[in-house]
Design a protein around this ligand. Sequence first.
Ligand SMILES: Cc1cc2nc3c(=O)[nH]c(=O)nc-3n(C[C@H](O)[C@H](O)[C@H](O)COP(=O)(O)OP(=O)(O)OC[C@H]3O[C@@H](n4cnc5c(N)ncnc54)[C@H](O)[C@@H]3O)c2cc1C
Length: 399
Amino acid sequence: MDRKLRVVVVGGGIGGLTAARALLRRGLEVHVYESSPELKEIGAGVALGPNAMKALRSLDLEDAVRGIGYHAPVQFLRTWKGRMISKTDATLAAQRFGANGCTIHRADLLDVLAQSVPVGAVHLSARCEAVTTSDSGAAARFTDGTEVEADVIVGADGIHSAVRTSLFGPDAPQFTGRICYRSVIPVAELPAKRLEPYEGLWLGPHGTLVVYGVRRGELVNIVAHYEDATYQHESWIAECDRGEILERYRGWHASLQEIFGAGDIWYKWALYDRDPIAVWTRGRATVLGDAAHPMLPYLGQGAGQAIEDGCVLAAALDKLGADPSAALQLYERSRRPRASRVVLTSRSRGDDNHLVSPVAALKRDVAIAVRKRLGSDVTGRGEGWIAEYDAGSPAALAG
Ligand SMILES: Cc1cc2nc3c(=O)[nH]c(=O)nc-3n(C[C@H](O)[C@H](O)[C@H](O)COP(=O)(O)OP(=O)(O)OC[C@H]3O[C@@H](n4cnc5c(N)ncnc54)[C@H](O)[C@@H]3O)c2cc1C
């Protein structure tokens, strides 16, 4: 093909904008269609592991993300009563995996990504309702009746993807019986006025608490998981009463009571699980990010996997651009096994975090300490294979 390949990306979130950046750097013509009237994110943090940071490095975005993110010098893992299970020095992860992780406000990450693509490449207030594909191209139809054609269409339209439904039919989410509370609070409003007494992962019976800094450590992001089968609303923006959280985590460590008391606005989100999807690609259309592999948040890998997808998709289209259908198959072969494994590992990590039996929890904690002591496993939780991966390396493409 002599002319530039024309790619339409549906969805201007973390995955869609990363893919656009990666595709533009490979010299392709890219148009992003986003349903919202502006590029914006919900007020929450996102953890980017070493794998995500290496992918961003390959797109020349690592420094910009690090500049507005937060870098915990130590990762703390504690029990709900405050006993330290493990401490992981950030420099160790950097040595072992070639990059340190980072935590960032979602809006700050989206700003960095949005600034990395030309304004004219993003079309706002464009809600896609269906995608069709043939041997020679694909087309996306929008709710205002317009249609755009492209050589390739990429559905990066999130967990409730219209592109995925249009290509493969509706999914079958299963309610997990778990919910999440979350808030973002200025560190200056915490009683201790610093992060350290609160930060890290806290594991307790029926629940997990995740506390980390964002925006250079000026804000703290809290995600509090708990088992509750009565609330089943899968929304990221439904508010709830702080009193409910204080009551639920009564008996957890005093630092956590302080942090709950400091948050004015809390959100409540029911967690749904989905099995890995068997097919991502049909003809000239494919999916990426949450549209391809929605996952539970226990590994903090949803955004990281979306970012990896964009890098690998661009490499595949660069390599086999003369045959776009083959390029999309190469992308899927390269990405689906890994992303599916992350989906399943996130599921089992949730079970491991929420152990109720004190004996089972102690066995888990001892196993973590032993694995760390043996030296082969940096965090002691067997996730080195996730952090090792480098989406920017030619080896990320399947043979
Ligand atoms: C509170 C919270 C905390 C999280 N924490 C972490 C974490 O710590 N680490 C981590 O790695 N992941 C985390 N995740 C998950 C991670 O944010 C997602 O996996 C990631 O955002 C996926 O990116 P995406 O681009 O695929 O989807 P999204 O970010 O959802 O973006 C989809 C985009 O598509 C647009 N869109 C939707 N439908 C249409 C349509 N029909 N037409 C056009 N546009 C459309 C949406 O407006 C949106 O802009 C968290 C998620 C939440 C909600």
